[in-house]
Design a protein around this ligand. Structure first.
Ligand SMILES: Cc1ncc(COP(=O)(O)O)c(C=O)c1O
Length: 430
């Protein structure tokens, strides 16, 4: 393209954006789309998008509310926020009021404006979901990371948390905790949360508890941190994962009543930027959070399928000598191929990025490198999102006897199974 007139040098880019590019998960999906357009067979285990359809009754509610056209209150439709209060009390035991709820166009946006309005250090356990760190960078917040290990199931320990707080005990801090975790699939037990709470309480730490995968916890043992540390926890959830509605862009926070100043400040930013969350989506969300047998059945079935698929993938990966923990919820598994380092190095693969690039070129399987989740470049960790299958078809064929088994996922999640088989064969070829 030829330009005439004004020349705008890129030195005018906000320095906080330097080195940042499109979010890794979005970029891999775009790359897969291009490969598919070239006629290549692609297995999309990169972007963490729910394979399941939005439940029928929620779709119907959206259709019926397509005419809703008004700007709505910044924090959300009061009727919806009432429903959310009841829902979170019933499902997670969270005691809150309407004034504690703020909804937004995706929890990602709410997290961004939280980091903008909160003037403190952000603490991020690594590996972590791809957007926390870039968001902190964009708004110019100082970040302290906590490196978790395979040996500790990729979870932070109270000692690790305290060692950061001890350095400057009075500093304002926001810990971002995510469980079940994207990318590791691990989750925290009640005991573990109680231990972490002792430290949080001691140092008056604010916690953003990203529990967006809570309802996918395979054994339904999810405990919300809000019930253990109510005074310091902001709960984050939405429709993207359990309800398959990522593209609808709907998220919510439950903010402790002592921190209404925070949600008020968030609402100020919202009012000056996106104004309010899409009206039809908010009306539809009422039906997604109102008790209904169909929704329970949908959630149970999605969870069952994911659980058996996760177990099947673990069995398949079990033929390799790798470090990998069985997921406890969500749709991710986070293997470390370190034991294959020498063999991979002989083939010119030294980093997780090189690993993923070669895997995609050789097998058509797209996964994301551990380095995208904050792990060291040279570590051979990858995130596999086991979501490339037709979730509608799987739900339609859900066994009448209610027992999902290996044969079921072999038949109805076959593309994902084939992708994992290709990964295993590819590793064995070195
Ligand atoms: C851990 C985690 N938190 C938050 C989000 C953002 O979800 P949304 O903005 O769609 O609510 C995602 C989406 O991938 C995620 O994996």
């Amino acid at each position: 393209m030829t330009h005439s007139g004004l020349w705008i040098p890129d030195e005018h880019l906000n320095a906080n954006l330097a080195g940042l590019s499109t979010s890794a998960t979005i970029a891999i999906q775009q790359h897969c789309r291009e490969l598919a357009e070239e006629g290549k067979q692609v297995f999309r285990l990169g972007l963490g998008q729910s394979p399941f359809p939005v439940p029928d009754l929620v779709v119907k509610a959206l259709q019926e509310n397509a005419h809703q056209k008004d700007y709505l209150p910044v924090k959300g439709l009061p009727e919806l926020r009432h429903v959310l209060v009841e829902h979170h009390r019933k499902v997670f035991g969270i005691e809150c009021g309407v004034e504690d709820i703020i909804v937004g166009p995706g929890s990602k946006e709410l997290m961004f404006i939280l980091q903008l309005v909160y003037d403190g250090e952000i603490i991020i356990p690594m590996p972590a979901w791809v957007s926390y760190l870039p968001q902190a960078r964009i708004v110019g917040r100082p970040v302290n990371t906590i490196i978790t290990t395979f040996e500790h199931n990729w979870k932070i320990t109270p000692d690790q948390l305290e060692s950061i707080c001890r350095l400057d005990p009075r500093r304002a801090r926001l810990l971002i905790l995510n469980y079940p975790s994207n990318p590791t699939g691990q989750t925290y037990s009640k005991d573990e949360l109680e231990e972490l709470t002792l430290i949080c309480r001691k140092y008056k730490m604010l916690v953003l508890s990203d529990e967006i995968y809570a309802k996918t916890t395979y054994d339904q043992s999810h405990e919300s941190l809000v019930t253990i540390y109510p005074e310091g926890t902001i709960f984050s959830g939405g429709l993207s994962k359990w309800c398959g509605a990522g593209g609808w862009r709907f998220g919510l926070f439950v903010v402790p009543s002592s921190a209404t100043w925070l949600s008020d400040a968030m609402a100020t930013v919202a009012s000056e930027t996106y104004t309010s969350t899409s009206a039809p989506i908010q009306y539809a969300a009422i039906s997604a959070f109102t008790p209904h047998q169909d929704l329970d059945t949908y959630t149970d079935r999605c969870r069952d399928i994911l659980h058996v698929l996760a177990k099947t993938i673990m069995e398949m990966l079990g033929v390799l000598e790798i470090n990998v923990r069985a997921p406890r919820g969500g749709f991710y598994v986070f293997p470390d191929f370190e034991p294959y380092r020498e063999r991979l190095a002989r083939a010119g693969i030294f980093t997780s990025k090189e690993f993923c690039t070669r895997l995609l070129a050789d097998t058509g399987v797209a996964v994301l490198p551990g380095s995208d989740f904050g792990r060291p470049e040279i570590e051979l960790t990858t995130r596999i999102a086991f979501v490339d299958f037709n979730g509608s078809e799987a739900l339609q064929n859900y066994p009448e006897n209610g027992t999902v088994d290996r044969a079921f996922v072999g038949g109805h999640c076959s593309k994902t199974i084939e992708a994992v088989r290709r990964i295993v064969d590819w590793i064995c070829s070195f």
